[in-house]
Structures are given as C-alpha cells and as structure tokens.
Design a protein. Sequence first.
Length: 130
Amino acid sequence: MSAIAAWLLYFALRNMFAVRPSLAALFGTLCSVEPLQLLAERYLLTESCANFLFVVHFVLALFYIRRGKLWALLAMQTVGVLLVGFRISFLPEVLITSVVVPLLSSNRRIGVLTAHLCLSLLVCYGLLAG
C-alpha cells in the first residue's frame, strides 16, 4: 500500500505542483519507507488504509480542481465515504471538501459550477446516509 501511496504522491507533486522529477521521486521514496507507515502496514491497521484513502481523496480533489472533470468529483466523493468508513474523524474534511472543491474548480461557468456543486453534495450525503 505504501508503494501506491508513494506513486500517488509523485503524481501529485509532478502534475499538480510542477515539482522537479528528482525531488518528487525523493519525497515519494521517503513516504514509502517511513517507519510508522511500514509498521502500520505490517499489522494492517486501519490507519494505513485510512491514510492511503486520504491520499487518493486529496489527489482526486487536486485533479478535479485543475481539470474540472465530473468523474474525478464523483470518485473523490466515493473515496471520501470509504475514508469516513475507516475513520470517522475524517467526516468534517469530507463534508467540507464536498462544498469547497467544486467552488475552487477551473470551470467558471455558473451553470456547470452549480450543477457540480449540487451533484457533489447529493452524492456525498446520499452515500453517507445509505
């Protein structure tokens, strides 16, 4: 799981923040060999699964903000609900990103923005309720 998290970190640093490849690879490697991450994966604790889902949620949010793709927003909400399933302490973050991320998207047309915001809230609250 730490290898996938390291690749996601590399992807986010390279594509979302335009960090040099060598520096992004260094941070990805450091992320994958962090002692607490390795210990948590050894015992397969929910912390490692929750941290992995948080990274996926964060990368999808950044991807949606940059590109404005609807599938990224829906995937972000689905991963957010899974994240809350592992750790309820992430509930405020998932609810806040349901509102803030569509407002920060690169899509500036008011109709599309409103539709994405309504769909984001509907999916998030619908998945959390059911």
